[in-house]
Design a protein around this ligand. Structure first.
Ligand code: UGA
Length: 435
């Protein structure tokens, strides 16, 4: 099939290379000429395992190309995927939809034959209706279907998630769109991916419900961790104890510094806006968001306590800055409020991250950045394990102890067994574990 992909962010680029790898002819569109220039040379703007290889192979095979002109991509296409960003608006945190509507107009002007337009961007319920209206207004009489096909991939394992999804959800209002999407996804379905076919509005809501539910699991286990700390329990064992119940599941029950990234914080807030609009209270999601916000302050207090009550004039080394490993993404990373809080309390901050330093510089000032964890921790009073990168999981604890001023560790991801860390001479504060 011939496919146009509008937007080469996380969702668009991953979808583009994966559809090409499945044998389709894919043209990706981005208005940023510099990004398109780099992509044409096989350089990915995002850090994602396997991306470089897939880019190179599919460009070389002539199945994948890049342009700044929607017309070039949409001309003769069977499918046009809208994969542009929907970042939270400054004024109210609601998703900014102007890029989605802009893409809809561009597609309408450029289409040359029957077309299925598919919204892959995360958009509030009803956006599909609005996109359809824009296209019909711009091109009266055009043969067009508008479908929803949310993406559930995770940064850091995006290509694998795309190729082996737990499910594919398509929201359609007509048979033509349904058949076109079923044909497109046939290889993934043949390999075992379940396909849920539903109406467009259900599909749009499904995306938000999935992210809100996952965020709720995280906030739930984080609050259980707080209770464990006070009441004398171990949250990692508690998570195993409840997670083996198949109805609960062990995934997303790792207590930590709170969820971050470009999805959970934004999507939970957007869902609450939608709920408000329809007059339906979502108290569970409200609690999830409130717990995650409260966590930012709580983590800073935890570090201060571990430091003996105050961090004034101390050197704190933060290992890992990104909101999770295997990404360079710093959006809504819990490291940002933590570091700012500690700086306000008088601490000097050194920070290490394998991929995130370039982006971290845009969010943080007065931080001494390092590309080596031991240099970062040299003469530090406290080391904070913030992100569970492999490099942070496999530290030489004896060496870490030697370079530090005082060996105090705050392990916000429960990476190391407490006995082990103590054997290496550290004082340890973890999450939801006995002190
Ligand atoms: C999330 C969802 O997992 C994807 O399914 C979804 O497609 C994506 O949002 C999206 O809407 O685009 P992502 O934001 O890439 O993916 O990252 P996750 O792996 O879900 O992690 C999110 C945050 O939760 C991270 O800060 C992570 O550290 C935290 N987390 C995750 C925990 O604190 N504990 C856990 O057990 C799991």
């Amino acid at each position: 099939m011939k496919i146009a992909v509008i937007g080469t962010g996380y969702v668009g680029l991953v979808a583009g290379v994966c559809f090409a790898e499945m044998g389709n002819a894919v043209i990706c569109v981005d208005t940023n000429a510099a990004t398109v220039g780099k992509l044409r040379n096989g350089q990915s703007p995002i850090f994602e395992p396997d991306m470089d290889e897939l880019l190179a192979r599919n460009i070389a095979a002539g199945r994948l190309s890049f342009t700044t002109q929607a017309r070039e991509a949409v001309d003769g296409a069977d499918l046009a995927f809208i994969c542009v960003g929907t970042p939270p608006r400054d004024r109210d945190g609601e998703p900014e939809l102007s890029l989605v509507y802009g893409a809809a107009k561009d597609i309408a002007r450029a289409m040359t034959g029957p077309l299925t337009v598919v919204i892959k961007s995360t958009v509030p319920v009803g956006t599909g209706d609005a996109v359809e209206e824009i296209i019909r207004r711009t091109r009266p009489g055009a043969v067009v279907s508008v479908a929803s096909n949310p993406e559930f991939l995770r940064e850091g394992s995006a290509i694998d998630d795309f190729n082996r999804p737990d499910r594919i959800v398509i929201g359609v209002e007509d048979l033509r769109a349904q058949e076109t999407l079923q044909r497109l996804y046939l290889p993934l379905c043949a390999a075992g991916a379940p396909l849920i076919v539903t109406r467009r509005r259900t599909s749009e809501l499904t995306k938000y419900a999935a992210n809100a539910f996952l965020a709720t699991k995280i906030s739930f286990i984080n609050e259980m961790a707080d209770l464990c700390e006070k009441a004398g329990g171990d949250v990692t064992e508690l998570a195993a104890g409840i997670g083996l119940d198949e109805r609960i599941g062990r995934a997303f029950l790792n207590a930590g510094p709170g969820y971050g990234g470009s999805c959970f914080p934004k999507d939970t807030c957007a869902l609450l806006h939608t709920a408000q609009e329809y007059g339906v209270p979502l108290r569970v999601v409200e609690g999830t968001v409130a717990a995650n916000n409260a966590r930012k302050h709580r983590m800073a207090i935890k570090v201060m306590k571990a430091a003996g009550g105050s961090v004034a004039d101390m050197k704190i080394a933060v290992l890992g800055l990104t909101f999770k490993p295997d990404t360079d993404d710093m959006r809504e990373a819990p490291s940002i409020p933590l570091i700012r809080h500690l700086q306000r309390a008088g601490a000097r901050i050194a920070a290490y991250d394998p991929q995130g330093i370039r982006q971290a510089r845009e969010h943080l000032t007065d931080v001494d950045f390092h590309d080596d964890p031991y240099e970062c921790a040299r003469d530090a009073d406290v080391v904070v394990l913030m992100t569970e990168w492999d490099e942070v999981r496999t530290l030489d604890l004896a060496r870490l102890n030697r370079v530090m001023h005082t060996p105090t560790m705050v392990d916000l991801r429960n990476i190391y067994a407490p006995e082990l860390v103590r054997r290496f001479g550290f004082r340890l504060a973890g999450i939801g574990r006995p002190a």
